[in-house]
Design a protein around this ligand. Structure first.
Ligand SMILES: N[C@@H](CCC(=O)N[C@@H](CS)C(=O)NCC(=O)O)C(=O)O
Length: 213
């Protein structure tokens, strides 16, 4: 049996969500963040040398890193469901958005979060650089969702599961006004209507309303 170690309000929501979408049986182990530091508690840090979420265990396998876990679960337990094969025309789109989420968008939003923690003020060149990068990324997302219902094209895939966290829960840490992004807002509505997403968020973070607007 797979155990999904879910740290509250974190990127491990993706793993709970994928298991719900694919109907993979799993045990959910929840951990609250340390109330003072907001970091993972010691019990979570003990799971993997990196000490960050997500982590799953599956027999002797202990695996971290969102993208690696999603690929592992889809390949080993999901018959490839929600991935796109290299023979499909939308394979490059799938790859791009699957990796853009944590390769570019998350680092950009994390940079803004750290700048906020450090109290850097508007006008600081670092803030200007981070803002320009974040704006470019959100514009790219907005444009993509103008011509496609989902990131990889017409169908929901794991690229959506990767992309959702920076568009939703990450905004609990870095505010982002979405009023200039109608396509993103419509997309979030679409995702919010998925029963598997609703179940995952209810199980993983029962005290939090998903940030869908
Ligand atoms: N690229 C990593 C990022 C993991 C990460 O930064 N996780 C955050 C939660 S969103 C974390 O565990 N923070 C708590 C801590 O650093 O103690 C992944 O997606 O697996």
């Amino acid at each position: 049996m797979i155990t999904v170690h879910h740290l509250g309000v974190s990127q491990s929501e993706r793993v709970v969500w994928l298991c719900e979408e694919l109907g993979i049986p799993y045990t959910l182990q929840r951990y609250d963040r340390d109330p003072t530091t907001r970091l993972a508690p010691a019990a979570y840090k003990a799971l993997h040398p990196m000490g960050i979420a997500p982590v799953i265990s599956d027999g002797d396998v202990v695996l971290a890193e969102s993208g690696a876990i999603l690929e592992y679960l889809m390949a080993r337990y999901g018959s490839g469901g929600f991935s796109v094969g290299s023979d499909q025309t939308n394979f490059p789109d799938y790859l791009f958005w699957f990796h853009f989420a944590n390769g570019t968008l998350m680092p950009s939003e994390m940079g803004s979060m750290i700048a906020n923690f450090l109290g850097l003020k508007e006008g600081n060149p670092v803030i200007a650089m981070l803002k320009a990068r974040s704006d470019r990324a959100f514009l790219l997302v907005e444009k993509r969702l103008e011509c496609a219902a989902y990131f990889a094209g017409n169908d929901f895939t794991a690229a959506d599961i990767m992309m959702l966290f920076p568009l939703t829960t990450m905004r609990a840490f870095v505010q982002k006004d979405l009023s200039a992004f109608p396509n993103i807002k419509a997309y979030l509505k679409r995702i919010g209507a998925r029963p598997a997403y609703q179940r995952a968020m209810q199980k993983g973070d029962p005290g939090m309303s998903p940030k869908l607007d």
